[in-house]
Design a protein around this ligand. Structure first.
Ligand SMILES: Cc1cc2nc3c(=O)[nH]c(=O)nc-3n(C[C@H](O)[C@H](O)[C@H](O)COP(=O)(O)O)c2cc1C
Length: 343
């Protein structure tokens, strides 16, 4: 008896490999697809994907640049570009049976830590890959996304198009996968009294697939503690006392595993709250890259980060960035993705 599901998978696998049979062509004069104009921004990327057998057309001489592709297809093309490695790894996804056209690609991706699935045991095999998910997978793979500057790409929950994925694959062929990509894990550590900084920290953690750590004061700040118009309020007293070190509740689990630390705080009277000093003095941060960020009503980051640097030795500090508490994910992403974290 013919297993229709499996037959469908085989046909799809054939569609993905069909390009191997197509003769190689050089300049993008004729893309070979009736719906890919030689002048389109993705023409070169589509030609590359076709020549290298990474992505074929959808039949009928068309590439369908604006259509979507499934999560399984995306991982399969990344796997092919990696040379279709065979790995021995036990996958835990309920919706990835053995022996499907995509099984080995997803097994490889899981073994490399590229794919996490939905957390409910499903990988989401047949769901269209979203731009956000593509960024996360690339980040897990390379420590960066390669999606900057791709037209129409904003890292949102909108599906990524085949043209955009082709552009990613072309970028990937140019940067390679080994070189400077393998930085260690990233931690986003932040203090936030009224959740503005937390909002930005959440964005950064999502963009970098980083761990989050909230710096929680042992004694929480009440709203009268935060009254900046009252000279005797707790926050103001602490800011006026360079030696103040408000106690922190809890610890970062295994700080040694992190290479990059994004450190977030609100601006209090032009500076970081003293609890940030408590945090920095608590750990050995030698060899780590620290990337400060802050939120404020209007003040710039000013001298706040510079003044914190003297509390750490042997850490590399990058230029910090101030955000408004309501900054969008895109705003945060364009800063994060522009950082040179491999330096
Ligand atoms: C004690 C105190 C001092 C502040 N000083 C400044 C300041 O100097 N400049 C400024 O622009 N905002 C100042 N603010 C506003 C905060 O920086 C701003 O609301 C910030 O986004 C709060 O972040 P959070 O919600 O993460 O705590 C101050 C707030 C407090 C509570």
């Amino acid at each position: 008896m013919i297993n229709l599901k499996r037959l469908g998978g085989i046909l799809l696998a054939l569609a993905l490999t069909a390009a191997l049979a197509v003769p190689v062509f050089s300049a993008v004069e004729d893309t070979g697809f009736s719906d890919v104009d030689a002048g389109a921004w993705y023409a070169e990327a589509v030609a590359y994907c076709r020549e290298s057998g990474l992505m074929a057309g959808v039949g009928g001489g068309r590439f369908a640049p604006d259509s979507t592709l499934t999560r399984a297809m995306l991982v399969t093309v990344l796997w092919r570009q990696a040379g279709s490695p065979a790995v021995n790894y036990l996958m835990q996804f309920d919706d990835v049976p053995e022996g499907q056209w995509y099984s080995e690609g997803i097994r490889w991706a899981a073994s490399e830590g590229l794919v996490r699935g939905y957390g409910d045991g499903r990988y989401g095999t047949n769901d269209p890959i979203t731009q956000q998910q593509l960024d996360i997978i690339l980040n897990n793979y390379l420590g960066r996304t390669l999606t900057q500057g791709i037209p129409g790409f904003d890292g949102s929950a909108a599906p990524a198009t085949r043209a955009q994925v082709a552009a990613v694959l072309l970028n990937l062929s140019q940067v390679g996968t080994d070189a400077p990509s393998q930085e260690g894990r990233t931690l986003v550590a932040y203090f936030s009294a009224t959740n503005n900084t937390e909002h930005i920290a959440n964005h950064i953690a999502a963009i970098r697939s980083a761990d989050l750590y909230e710096i929680v004061p042992e004694t929480p700040y009440t709203s009268s503690d935060l009254n900046y118009n009252d000279n005797s309020s707790r926050a103001n007293q602490e800011q006026n006392d360079p030696a103040a070190r408000p106690a922190i509740s809890g610890d970062v689990e295994d700080m040694a595993q992190y290479d990059v630390i994004f450190l977030g705080y609100p601006i209090w009277h032009g500076q970081a709250p003293r609890i940030i000093s408590t945090f920095l003095e608590r750990y050995d941060l030698t060899g780590k890259t620290i990337v400060p960020f802050c939120t404020s009503g209007s003040s710039p980051i000013g001298s706040s980060a510079r003044n914190l640097q003297s509390l750490t030795s042997g850490a590399a500090w990058l230029e910090g960035q101030r955000f408004s508490g309501s900054a969008s994910r895109d705003t945060v992403a364009s800063w994060v993705n522009g950082l040179d974290l491999n330096a």
